[in-house]
Design a protein around this ligand. Structure first.
Ligand SMILES: [Cu+2]
Length: 119
């Protein structure tokens, strides 16, 4: 009888530690997956269409009136963008329709990584 009780307790203890490990492991996996998704989202290029209003070559910035950007949840608006490489602004013209890619490099930090004329 005593043997049976001890075995049952041992089993219970093993089962509990096993469950605890499984829980810890599971949440750890979830966490890393969430972090990976967060990084992937930050590096995603959001494509947008817009019209060039002004170009600030010395600061590597340009102002665009763009349409809604669904992947960012942005409505249509007029705003300034910073170019990843100011040289990409050289070929832009005022009033030109462009297609451009935006990457979220940090919270509230959006950088344009590519600009091409839109047809
Ligand atoms: Cu905007």
């Amino acid at each position: 009888m005593r043997y049976t009780i001890t075995t049952t307790l041992l089993f219970a203890a093993l089962a509990q530690s096993g469950l605890a490990l499984a829980d810890k492991h599971g949440s750890g996996m979830d966490h890393s997956t969430m972090q990976m998704q967060g990084e992937a989202m930050q590096m995603q290029t959001h494509m947008a269409h817009g019209t060039v209003n002004s170009i600030d070559m010395p600061h590597g910035k340009f102002n665009v009136t763009h349409g809604p950007i669904e992947s960012l949840g942005w409505p249509a608006m007029t705003m300034d963008f910073t170019a990843k490489d100011p040289a990409m602004l050289k070929h832009l013209k005022l009033g030109q329709k462009v297609k451009f890619g935006i990457v979220k490099e940090a919270p509230k930090k959006f950088v344009v990584t590519e600009v091409t004329p839109a047809k």
